[in-house]
Design a protein around this ligand. Structure first.
Ligand code: ADP
Length: 664
């Protein structure tokens, strides 16, 4: 029974102790007790049960309270743990977001921006951007892959590290080099080195690449089977973050076929050039060989014409002479043309007076024009300088050719020569413009370009009607070009033509020499002349001519005999053929000059006689010790002038600067 109830009952029963109270209570319930006592006893029992029940309930409630307080603590701990975890996650998220921002070059999050909501939104945004970038990267990689594929189809590609070890070689590289990819990987690129380039070549290539620059060039490599192949190569260095090359990619195209073609072309060009040289030499030799007998023919005709012969024979000889002159003109043209083709025609640069030269050029044509009933005009513009420097002989050749053609192809009317100055824009030079206009047959338009080709005429009937070789305009146009100008034609069939050319001539710094009197008087007869000449006809002609002029001549058949004679006897002048057996004219004059020095003998004038008339002859003659030069066939008038020049008393200056005309 509940202690509080016992105490109450004890007080109620006024019992002295527990046991009394227990007795009184038991008495209430004892059999025979009044119904009121029995009811009281039951009531007390019910109250006691209620107390017990209450206590049990209280106990139960207390226990459940204890229990729920423990759970609360545990839940609290759990919650704290979860919150810490959450903070850690936010910190991690923030760090991640900051890393992504940094990767994009954006500023990191401020303290205030870093709440979870912001972070989640930002991270979402960043992840989205990253995904877009990833897609773009994938696309770019795909495109790159396609480009690489295309490159591999076209080019020979290899990649090496900085030490030159191959880390990639495409199929084309394998195919051209003959190595498998396995054989190439990790090997030095020098595996294909051919040894055809000097070390310096590669040194300069590596230097370029090491500087991070692109190298391009043509390389000769060697395949596995020893075969050489050529590539046009571009090598690009890939740089690391520090700006140093870390790999080299080489992209090449195969040049082998082109190189082969070039080699073949070069060979063909060499062959063509040597054939052209052979042709030029052949032409030069032929003209030389023809000139020698021509010398005899023309000389003898000249001698015969000077003699006392019946008029009919005189006429025959005049005709023969005219034919010989024409033949000589053709030979001279061929010689000039072969000289130009061989690039051996060098122009002179001497001062001359254009007006005076033009007068001399046209004089021979005046008679011809008169005889044919044609008017020949000449007009020189005031702007044309009084003095110019250039090659008056070659200038004369062009004008002579153009005026000769104009007269040849004109039967009525006139031929006009106009000289003017075209604007050259150069203070040092004058662009001389010469035009020759005729009222002749003209040239059909379709033939106008062709007539400047060698051996070409406007049409085939020209040769039959007018003769000619078709070389004149080819030579003239080449000469004009050599003079820095050009030759053009304007023509209308049946109405006439204008041929005009320009020549770039230097303004003269010194005046042209005074014109030489056309006919120099023959020197006093009685010169002692040493003539060295091996050709019998030429000997005969020269002896006859010189004899006729009253000179005494010692004949030597070769250079050796001439030198011996020269050492033994004194002569006023020596005429030395260049090409002779035993000793050439050049060797002979050198010995004569040496002899003069050794024996302190005064210098005797020596004139070279030659039929070759090629460029360089004059220089060679001068260097060897000759004073002057006469080309064959010998023209009596020219020979006479030379004798007069060198054998009359002359001032020292004139001797020293003795003019050396080619006479060609
Ligand atoms: P050639 O006169 O020896 O035939 P050229 O080279 O001087 O050689 O001339 C080539 C050709 O150009 C002549 O054959 C002629 O058909 C034509 N030609 C040149 N000059 C004239 C001209 N003034 N009038 C008409 N035709 C000309």
């Amino acid at each position: 029974m509940n202690r509080l109830l016992r105490r109450q009952l004890r007080r109620l029963f006024e019992a002295a102790g527990e046991a009394e109270m227990e007795q009184r209570l038991a008495a209430l319930a004892a059999p025979g007790a009044s119904s009121a006592d029995a009811a009281l006893a039951r009531f007390v029992t019910a109250v006691a049960d209620s107390y017990d029940q209450y206590e049990r309930d209280l106990d139960l409630r207390t226990r459940s309270l204890v229990l729920s307080s423990d759970e609360l603590c545990a839940a609290n701990d759990r919650l704290r743990g979860q919150t810490q975890h959450l903070y850690a996650i936010i910190a991690e998220l923030r760090a991640t977001a900051n890393r992504m921002l940094e990767a994009q070059g954006r500023p990191p999050l401020g303290e205030g921006d870093a709440d979870l909501k912001n972070l989640v939104a930002l991270t979402g945004e960043l992840v989205h951007e990253r995904e877009a970038a990833q897609i773009a990267r994938t696309r770019a990689l795909h495109a790159l892959g396609q480009q690489k594929f295309a490159l591999d189809q076209h080019a020979i590609v290899s990649i090496t590290d900085v030490a030159g070890r191959i880390s990639y070689a495409n199929d084309k590289f394998c195919a051209i080099s003959g190595y498998t990819r396995g054989e190439l990987m990790g090997r030095s690129h020098a595996i294909v080195k051919s040894g055809q380039h000097p070390d310096l070549f590669f040194a300069s290539m590596w230097q370029t690449l090491a500087q991070g620059d692109v190298w391009s060039g043509e390389l000769c490599n060697r395949a596995k089977d020893g075969r050489l192949f050529w590539v046009a190569s571009t090598i690009v260095p890939f740089m690391d973050a520090a700006g140093r090359p870390e790999q080299y990619i080489s992209i090449c195209t195969d040049l082998t076929d082109r190189k082969l073609l070039e080699e073949n072309l070069q060979e063909a060009k060499n062959a063509a050039e040597s054939a052209s040289r052979a042709k030029s030499e052949f032409l030069a030799n032929m003209s030389h060989e023809i000139r020698t007998p021509m010398n005899g023919i023309m000389g003898m005709i000249g001698l015969a014409l000077a003699g006392n012969i019946p008029p009919e024979q005189h006429d025959y000889l005049e005709t023969a002479n005219a034919s010989a002159q024409a033949l000589l003109a053709v030979i001279n043209d061929i010689l000039d043309f072969s000289k130009i083709e061989a690039g051996k025609l060098n122009l002179e640069c001497v001062p001359f007076a254009p007006r005076r030269e033009l007068e001399h050029m046209l004089r021979p044509f005046e008679q011809q024009a008169r005889e044919r009933g044609l008017r020949l005009h000449c007009q020189v513009a005031p702007a044309v300088p009084a003095q110019l420097s250039g090659d008056p002989i070659r200038l004369r050749q062009i004008v002579t050719n153009l005026v000769g053609n104009a007269l040849k192809f004109t039967s009525a009317g006139s031929v006009a020569v106009r000289v003017d100055v075209a604007a050259s824009g150069e203070a040092e030079f004058c662009l001389l413009a010469v035009a020759v206009t005729d009222t002749g047959i003209g040239i059909a338009e379709q033939h106008q370009a062709r007539i400047f080709d060698a051996f070409a005429q406007a049409d085939n009937s020209t040769t039959r009607r007018y003769g000619g070789t078709g070389l004149g305009l080819a030579i003239s146009s080449q000469l004009a070009r050599l003079m820095g100008g050009d030759l053009k034609v304007q023509s209308a069939l049946g109405q006439g033509s204008t041929f005009s050319f320009t020549a770039r001539l230097r303004h003269a710094t010194q005046p042209a020499p005074q014109a030489v009197a056309p006919a120099t008087p023959a020197p006093a007869a009685g010169l002692r002349i040493l003539l060295a000449e091996d050709h019998p006809v030429n000997q005969k002609f020269a002896l006859a001519l010189l004899g006729k002029w009253g000179h005494s001549v010692e004949l030597a058949e070769n250079g050796r005999i001439a030198v011996d004679l020269y050492a033994r006897e004194r002569f006023d002048i020596v005429l030395l053929d260049l090409h002779m057996p035993e000793m050439s004219g050049l060797e002979a004059v050198a010995e004569m000059r040496a002899f003069e020095t050794g024996s302190r003998r005064a210098r005797t004038p020596v004139i070279a006689l030659t039929a070759s008339a090629m460029q360089g002859d004059r220089e060679r003659c001068l260097e060897a010790g000759m004073d002057d030069y006469l080309s064959k066939p010998l023209k009596p008038q020219e020979l006479r002038e030379k004798l007069a020049r060198w054998c009359r008393p002359a001032g020292p200056l004139e001797r020293a600067a003795g003019p050396l005309h080619s006479g060609a």
